[in-house]
Design a protein around this ligand. Structure first.
Ligand SMILES: [Zn+2]
Ligand SMILES: [Zn+2]
Length: 116
């Protein structure tokens, strides 16, 4: 029985929702927040255009010159939790709004294209 219990608690495999919850919990801790800030800072150095585009977009959103769309702009998708996607980082205020899954899918496609 003991072995069985240990097996059930082992972390060799975590399903996606569990992994997500774990990451979210870690990010909420002070150490997690620091790590997230470090990763952000590093990616800003690596992708300065992206960081600049995000910054410009955030200020445009706060003054209302760009409006967040209420729904994912992928055809037929009705998800209302959306993220800004920049088709071109040199046009920081030109964004398309996608839900997390369509946004991730789009970037996965870009990666495939750039690998081929
Ligand atoms: Zn994007
Ligand atoms: Zn969507």
């Amino acid at each position: 029985m003991y072995v069985l219990k240990r097996r059930a608690n082992s972390c060799s495999y975590i399903c996606k929702p569990c992994a997500k919850a774990k990451v979210a919990r870690f990010r909420a801790t002070p150490r997690g927040k620091q790590r997230t800030a470090e990763i952000d800072a590093r990616s800003a150095i690596k992708y300065p255009q992206r960081a600049a585009a995000r910054k410009a977009l955030n200020s445009a959103l706060s003054v209302g010159s760009v409006l967040k769309q209420p729904q994912c702009q992928f055809p037929l998708c009705t998800t209302t939790r959306v993220q800004a996607h920049h088709p071109d980082y040199t046009k920081p205020l030109h964004v398309v709004w996608y839900c997390t899954s369509h946004h991730a899918r789009l970037h996965a496609q870009f990666r495939l294209i750039s690998l081929s």
